[in-house]
Write a protein that binds this ligand. Structure first.
Ligand code: ATP
Ligand code: MG
Ligand code: MG
Ligand code: MG
Length: 470
C-alpha cells in the first residue's frame, strides 16, 4: 500500500509533535501584516516575526504544513515534474532553540525510519563553506561523502537583502538515470528532474548588516521546508507530482470533463497538468478570501484562472468547467483544510462567474490576437505593439501574460515598455474619473460586503471586481 499525501502530512506533524514542537494549522495564503509579500510562498513566511524576535513565538519549536503559492514557478508547471504554483510545505522551525545537529538528525530519522526511503538513493548538499554541516552529515551521521555535494552561494545560502540569513543543506532523491539529462556533470543542483530536491534545511545563523558584514546571530534559528507533493512523488514512485494520489484524482476529473485521456498526447497532457495545478491554486486562493482583480493577489488569481480556462479551450472543452472541478479539490483536501468545505459554494460561485466572464471575451479576443499574429508574420515583424496588447487587455480581458504566452508559442514578443505606458495612461484616467477617492480603501470595500451566504449568482460582476473594471 502506497503512502498517501494525507497520511504523509499527518505522520510528519506527529513526528515533530513527538519532538516537542507546537503543531499549528496552516496560516492563510494571504500574509498577515506583511506588506513585503503578496502571497505566502514558504512555511517560514508567516513566522518571520518570530525569527527576527519582533514577536514572541507560542513555543520555541513549531511545525506546520503551510499552503504556498509560487507564481514565479508558473512557467515550470506542467514542464518539470516537480513544480506547482500551489503546493503544501511541511516544515519544522526552531526560534533560538535547537540548531543544525538536531535538524539534520531528525530530518534523517523521519525520512529513513518513518517514510522508509531507500537510504542509498538519498543525496545531500551543503553550502561550500559550512564545515559544521558537512561534519555533522559525514562524521556524526556517517553519511557517505560521495553523496554529499558542496554548492555555492546561489544554491545553498539563503538571504533576502539585509537581516537574518544563513547556509542551507538540502536533501535529494535520485530517481535514476532514466530521469536524467545530457549534462555529464548531472548531480544534485542540476535543473533536470533526476535528483529531486525534497527537503531544504536553512540554518539562519547570521545577520547581514547594511555594510554587507555577516554577524553571528545570538539566537540561531532553524527553518526547514519539504514539499508534500514531492515527497508523495518519491514515495509513490510516480513520474510527476501530478500523478500523486490526491492530485491524480483531480487530474482524472480533468480528463473526464475534457473527455481526453492522459498520457496519449504531450500537448494535451501539458494542458491537463496545468489545469490540475491551477484549479488547486484557484480554489485555495478564493477559499482564503482572494477575489479576481487586475492588481496584486487578485491578479494572480485571475491569471491562474484564465490560464486554466484557456487550456480548457485547448482541450476542446466548450462549457464552463473549472467550478465543477472544485468538488474534487475539496474531496481530497477538505479534511486537512476545512475552510474549503465551509466555503464550498462561495468558491464555486466566484470561479464560475470569473470563468463565464472570461469565456465571453476569450473567443473574440483570440480571434483578434490571431489576426495580429498573422499580420506580424506577413510583415516579418516579431513584436506586437503595446497599444494592441493593451487593447486586448482592456477590451477583451486578456491578461498580458496570456498574450505573451500565446505569442511565445509563435516565437513572437510584446512591446512591454509601451504596454506599460498605455497601462499608466489608463490608471491616470481612472484616477481622474474617481476624483481623489482613496484608492486603497475603495478597493478593499467590496470584500467586506461579501459573505459566504450569498446564495444566487451575483447580478453584477462589478461587485466582485475590485478594480471596478468589467
Ligand atoms: P527547486 O530548486 O526545485 O525549484 P527550491 O530550491 O526553489 O526548489 P525551496 O525554496 O528550497 O525550493 O523550498 C523548499 C521545498 O519546497 C523544496 O525543497 C521543495 O520540496 C518544495 N517546493 C519548492 N518549490 C516548489 C514548487 N514550485 N512546487 C512544489 N514543491 C515545491
Ligand atoms: Mg525553485
Ligand atoms: Mg533548489
Ligand atoms: Mg531549495
Amino acid at each position: 500500500q502506497k503512502m498517501g499525501l494525507n497520511e504523509i502530512r499527518s505522520r510528519f506533524l506527529k513526528f515533530f509533535e513527538s519532538k516537542d514542537h507546537y503543531v499549528r494549522e496552516s496560516y492563510s495564503l494571504i500574509p498577515n501584516n506583511d506588506k513585503s509579500l503578496l502571497l505566502v510562498s514558504a512555511g517560514m513566511a508567516p513566522l518571520k516575526n518570530y525569527f527576527s524576535g519582533v514577536e514572541v513565538p507560542p513555543s520555541k519549536r513549531m511545525s506546520t504544513c503551510q499552503k504556498c503559492i509560487r507564481t514565479g514557478d508558473i512557467e515550470n508547471v506542467g514542464i518539470t515534474a516537480r513544480h506547482a504554483t500551489f503546493f503544501e510545505m511541511l516544515g519544522n522551525f526552531s526560534f533560538g532553540d535547537y540548531f543544525k545537529r538536531e535538524s539534520i538528525k531528525w530530518g534523517w530519522e523521519f525520512v529513513t525510519e518513518h517514510l522508509n526511503m531507500p537510504v542509498d538513493k538519498i543525496w545531500v548538499t551543503v553550502y561550500e563553506n559550512d564545515d559544521e554541516a558537512y561534519d555533522i552529515w559525514s562524521n556524526e551521521m556517517n553519511f557517505p561523502k560521495e553523496r554529499i555535494v558542496k554548492l555555492g552561494k546561489d544554491d545553498n545560502f539563503w538571504e533576502i537583502g539585509i537581516g537574518p540569513c544563513g547556509p542551507c543543506s538540502e536533501m535529494y532523491f535520485d530517481r535514476g538515470e532514466e530521469y536524467g539529462c545530457d549534462n555529464p556533470d548531472c548531480k544534485p543542483g542540476c535543473d533536470c528532474d533526476r535528483y529531486l530536491e525534497f527537503w531544504n534545511h536553512v540554518f539562519t545563523q547570521f545577520n547581514r548588516d547594511e555594510e554587507g558584514n555577516y554577524n553571528q546571530l545570538e539566537n540561531k534559528n532553524i527553518d526547514t521546508g519539504m514539499g508534500l507533493e514531492r515527497i508523495g512523488c518519491i514515495m509513490q514512485g510516480v513520474d510527476t507530482i501530478f500523478e500523486v494520489d490526491t492530485i491524480k484524482s483531480i487530474l482524472n476529473a480533468v480528463e473526464k470533463v475534457a473527455n481526453v485521456e492522459y498520457g496519449k498526447n504531450p500537448k494535451n497532457d501539458m494542458s491537463i497538468r496545468v489545469i490540475t495545478d491551477h484549479i488547486r491554486a484557484v480554489s485555495f486562493l478564493v477559499g482564503d478570501g482572494v477575489l479576481p482583480s487586475n492588481e496584486g493577489r487578485g491578479y494572480v488569481l485571475r491569471r491562474l484562472l484564465r490560464r486554466a480556462a484557456r487550456h480548457g479551450k485547448l482541450l476542446g472543452i466548450k462549457q464552463s468547467f473549472l467550478y465543477e472541478l472544485v468538488d474534487e479539490v475539496i474531496k481530497v483536501s477538505g479534511e486537512a483544510y476545512p475552510v474549503l468545505v465551509e466555503k464550498e459554494s462561495y468558491i464555486k460561485k466566484v470561479i464560475r462567474i470569473e470563468e463565464e466572464k472570461f469565456s465571453e471575451t476569450i473567443d473574440q479576443g483570440s480571434e483578434i490576437l490571431n489576426s495580429y499574429i498573422e499580420e506580424l508574420k506577413k510583415l516579418g515583424n516579431k513584436t506586437l505593439s503595446g497599444e494592441n496588447a493593451f487593447k486586448l487587455y482592456d477590451t477583451y480581458g486578456f491578461p498580458i501574460d496570456l498574450t505573451k504566452e500565446i505569442l511565445e508559442e509563435e516565437n513572437l514578443l510584446v512591446d512591454e515598455v509601451s504596454f506599460n505606458e498605455e497601462m499608466e495612461k489608463q490608471k491616470q484616467r481612472a484616477r481622474t474619473a474617481r476624483g481623489n477617492m482613496d484608492a486603497e480603501s475603495w478597493k478593499e470595500d467590496p470584500l467586506s460586503k461579501l459573505d459566504t451566504s450569498i446564495s444566487s449568482k451575483f447580478d453584477g460582476y462589478e461587485v466582485l471586481d475590485m478594480t471596478g473594471k468589467v
